[in-house]
Design a protein around this ligand. Structure first.
Ligand code: PLP
Length: 389
């Protein structure tokens, strides 16, 4: 019997990967599976980005880079932040990370320990809670409510902060709800945080360009008063359809930057060099493919809302961001995870049960519309038939 530390008894995971494995297995057995479970764009990485990585390898860029990332890549991120937020960010505060997830890993490790409290959105990305539990800190869910269009409430968030709070995690546009928190609420939160100068913030803005209906994405970076305690998480995975490249970036305040740099040196050394060259090409190259992808997502979003709302006992709030819909299934009488399992096993439609994103996810399932319009129509047709049985 080996004695690993007890932290590993508390670490969780992302059920989306288990659903993907099950859906793949069913498909390999010859079943016709439509996947609305997966949280990655179904588009290919744009050609010029792929070419940049190939060229980098051919040019001999196969070695280690600085742990913080190539300076050219960090400068590209600074240009990106200037164009999306209008703000100057020093490359000296930017880290190139092996995916968006690693920023939350680093941030939560930095602040979590027994006795500390960390606030995170519920329903929300499951790794937040999993990592908080891993560190031994107490996870404090911040409720994200349908009645509030799945935006977070500044008042409710602030009411949960106390002397033990070390870190507050926020996410807009949000997974799994598609909610986007409006400027007024973010301003209220930042104002309220004046009272809590020792609370750090991690703002997960990985879906920053993915908003619809003219909805504004407000970056926490645009508030100078919290800049010295803000960790901003972003990356290439969603915007440029690069999930498997493992490319993320984060912006760290001066007082934390050396800690995350050392963590990188101790763990991943650096992000692979050709991916960093691809990342530069993604930022500096043409953005037509991103525009086309977003137009396709918007068409699918409208299709999902219209068709789900036409099914008796289902209702779906209009998601304003990301590429997820989070329909309310309460009236069907099903428990969400049971329904997600039954839909996959009996109707061949992969979705994720809301409780995989937190306690408050009960009563909902997550549909990712990273699939073709044709498949979305077929999948929702099957859901309708299943529920009418
Ligand atoms: N943050 C949120 C809210 C996400 O939904 C995801 C991926 O699904 C990530 C971070 C992680 O992104 P990456 O694949 O770059 O690690």
């Amino acid at each position: 019997m080996l004695h690993t530390i007890s932290n590993f008894d508390r670490i969780g995971e992302e059920n989306a990967f288990a659903v993907l494995a099950r859906a793949t297995k069913l498909a390999s057995e010859g079943k016709d599976i439509i996947n609305l479970g997966i949280g990655q764009p179904d588009f290919k990485t744009p050609e010029h980005i792929v070419e940049a990585a190939i060229k980098a390898l051919r040019d001999g860029h196969h070695g280690y880079t600085p742990a913080t990332g190539l300076v050219e890549c960090r400068e590209a991120v600074a240009r990106r932040m200037l164009s999306t937020t209008g703000l100057e960010v020093s490359p000296e505060n930017i880290m190139i990370m092996p995916g968006g997830k690693v920023t939350m890993f680093a941030a939560i490790l930095m602040f979590g320990e027994p006795g500390a409290e960390i606030l995170y959105p519920d329903p929300g990305f499951p790794i937040y809670r999993s990592m908080i539990e891993f560190t031994g800190a107490k996870p404090i869910p911040v409720p994200i409510r349908e009645a509030n269009a799945f935006a977070f409430s500044a008042e409710e968030t602030l009411a949960l902060i106390n002397e033990k709070t070390r870190l507050l995690i926020i996410n807009s546009p949000a997974n799994p709800t598609g909610g986007v928190t409006p400027r007024s609420e973010i301003e209220k939160l930042v104002k309220g945080l004046e009272k809590w100068p020792n609370v750090a913030l991690m703002s997960d803005e990985i879906y920053d360009v993915m908003t619809y209906d003219g909805e504004e994405h407000v970056s926490l970076l645009t508030f100078p008063e919290i800049r010295n305690r803000l960790i901003l998480l972003n990356g290439w995975s969603k915007t440029w359809s690069m999930t498997g490249w493992r490319m993320g970036w984060s912006i760290w305040p001066d007082q934390l930057y050396d800690k995350v740099r050392k963590l990188a040196v101790n763990c991943w050394s650096c992000v692979n060099a050709p991916s960093q060259f691809a990342g530069i090409a993604a930022i500096d190259g043409p953005q037509d493919d991103v525009t086309k992808m977003m137009a396709a997502f918007d068409r699918r979003r409208k299709l999902v809302i219209e068709q789900i709302n036409a099914i008796e006992n289902l209702s779906c709030a209009t998601p304003k961001g990301a590429f997820y819909a989070f329909p309310n299934i309460n009236k069907t009488g099903w428990k969400a995870k049971n329904l997600a399992t039954a839909l996959l096993e009996e109707s061949g439609v992969a979705t994720i049960g809301g409780p995989d994103f937190g306690i408050l996810g009960e009563g909902y399932i997550r549909l990712s519309y990273a699939n073709s319009e044709e498949n979305i129509e077929r999948a929702i047709g099957r859901i309708k038939t299943f529920l009418e049985k």
